[in-house]
Design a protein around this ligand. Structure first.
Ligand code: THU
Length: 144
C-alpha cells in the first residue's frame, strides 16, 4: 500500500483519466490498458493501448498518452498513471520499452508511476501502487 501522502488529488485525477482512456483500448489479442500523464503545461493527457494484428505495430497505453502530451506541445512529463481491468491477474507495470520512453520525457528520474485496477470504469483505490521511475528503470539509455 502506498504511503498516505503519496495518493493526493493529482494521483486520483491521473488514475481517473487513465480509467477513462481504458474504455477506448483497441484490443485484438491482449488486454486493455489505460494511461495518463501530467505534462509540463499542467494538463493531464490520457492514452490507451492500440493493438494490431501485426505484432510490433500497435502501441502501449503509456506511449500513446505521451504522444498525446507531445502533440499538444509538451516536451516533459511530471507523473504517470497506468490502469488495467480488475479481472486482469497480472500486476500492471509499464513494459521496458515504455519505461525507456517515460525516462526520455520525464522531468526527473524520481517521477511517480502510479498503478491501479479498474472495475466498471471505477478506480479501485485499494489497489493503488506507487513506484518511482528510478526504481523501475535504474539505468535508462541516454546518449547526451
Ligand atoms: N501493454 C500496455 O499498454 N502497457 C504496458 O505497459 C504493458 C502492455 C499492452 C500491450 C498489449 O496491447 C496489451 O497490453 C497486452 O500485452
Amino acid at each position: 500500500m502506498p504511503k498516505k501522502d503519496e495518493i493526493g488529488k493529482l494521483e486520483k485525477a491521473l488514475l481517473e483519466e487513465a480509467a477513462k482512456a481504458l474504455k477506448n483500448a483497441y484490443v485484438l489479442w491482449g488486454f486493455g490498458v489505460g494511461a495518463a500523464v501530467l505534462a509540463e503545461d499542467g494538463e493531464i493527457y490520457g492514452g490507451c493501448n492500440v493493438e494490431s494484428w501485426v505484432s510490433g505495430l500497435g502501441i502501449c497505453a503509456e506511449r500513446c498518452a505521451i504522444h498525446h502530451a507531445v502533440s499538444h506541445g509538451n516536451k516533459k512529463i511530471r507523473e504517470v498513471a497506468v490502469v488495467v481491468g480488475a479481472r486482469n491477474k497480472a500486476e500492471i507495470k509499464p513494459c521496458g520499452a515504455c519505461l525507456q520512453y517515460i525516462s526520455d520525457f520525464a522531468e526527473n528520474p524520481e517521477i511517480k508511476i502510479v498503478t491501479a485496477k479498474v472495475e466498471d470504469g471505477k478506480v479501485l483505490f485499494e489497489t493503488v501502487k506507487v513506484n518511482r521511475l528510478r526504481e523501475l528503470l535504474p539505468q535508462p539509455f541516454k546518449n547526451e
